[in-house]
Design a protein around this ligand. Structure first.
Ligand code: F6R
Length: 260
């Protein structure tokens, strides 16, 4: 696990460089995408590189981490719509190239299995970007999630619904109670995972993620078992890291050729 502590604009540049390097070498790469505020600056930087530097997503495929259950097709907070608004609709993905779990399926369990199959048929996710919740959730794997979980239906915690109420006019009652989410074992199959966390509210979760014991109570800690994870954090989110000085020194001496 590589931990980089830097300014938010530098973090966005680093993550965008990882995407660009992948796509320039493998234009048909499979990208893992997340909604939420953490990746927004990365998406903006990728859109800039698309508009100004010819970076293309035309042959790529993308898979979202999660989706609310029951939000109508046109609902602005449906995650397929959110990701189109924030990123995929601003670049040149082919129609149908961006997928998410089907939160409107009659048979939600079958939709989860179909989503796992779709990721495998595409060849698996090459590069997954993600955020982390203040309670340590990744995707919508809330505390207590099985470390071996696959795409499935989950009940959101009050905390996550309260956190996300800002996207529903501040009304927690409008935030769905259920979601479909890639499981922790699903996420772990991505070949490279880049996790972005900024702000003091994430400091505990980042400390646990990097330095805590692996535990279902802090689901992100499963990433300690992944061979290629990059954790990008600003000073505030790094505020509880015991190894912060080590990570700063390491990054200061990181060879320019190394990449993420
Ligand atoms: C979103 C997702 C969530 C968010 C997490 C952090 O697709 O899977 O795990 O990454 O809730 O959200 P932000 O980035 O808004 O703090």
């Amino acid at each position: 696990m590589e931990v980089i502590i830097a300014r938010p604009d530098e973090l966005a540049r680093l993550a965008a460089c990882a995407y660009e390097q992948l796509l320039r070498g493998h234009p048909d790469a499979v990208l893992g995408l997340a909604t939420g505020s953490s990746p927004l600056a990365v998406y903006d930087e990728l859109v800039r590189r698309y508009a100004e530097e010819g970076l293309s997503f035309a042959r790529a495929k993308a898979f979202n981490l999660d989706e609310y259950v029951g939000l109508p097709v046109g609902h602005p907070q449906r995650y397929l719509n959110v990701i189109a608004h924030d990123f995929t609709g601003r670049v040149d993905f082919a129609p149908g190239a961006v997928q998410g779990p089907d939160g409107l399926a009659d048979d939600l369990a079958a939709a989860c299995t179909a989503y796992e199959d779709a990721i495998i048929s595409a060849g698996g996710v090459d590069l997954q970007i993600m955020g982390i919740g203040a309670d340590g959730h990744i995707a919508f794997n809330e505390p207590g999630s099985s470390l071996a979980s696959r795409t499935r239906i989950k009940t959101l915690t009050e905390q996550t619904r309260a956190d996300n109420a800002r996207f529903f006019g501040g009304d927690i009652n409008k935030v769905p109670q259920h979601c479909l989410t890639q499981g922790l074992a699903t996420v772990m199959q991505a070949r490279h995972i880049v996790l972005v966390a900024t702000g003091r509210a994430k400091a505990d979760a980042v400390h646990q993620l990097v330095e805590g014991p692996v535990s279902a109570m802090w689901p992100g800690t499963i990433l300690q078992h992944h061979p290629h994870v990059t954790v990008l954090v600003d000073n505030a989110a790094a505020g509880r890291l015991q190894l912060a000085d080590y990570f700063r020194n390491t990054y200061a001496g990181k060879p320019a050729w190394q990449g993420l």
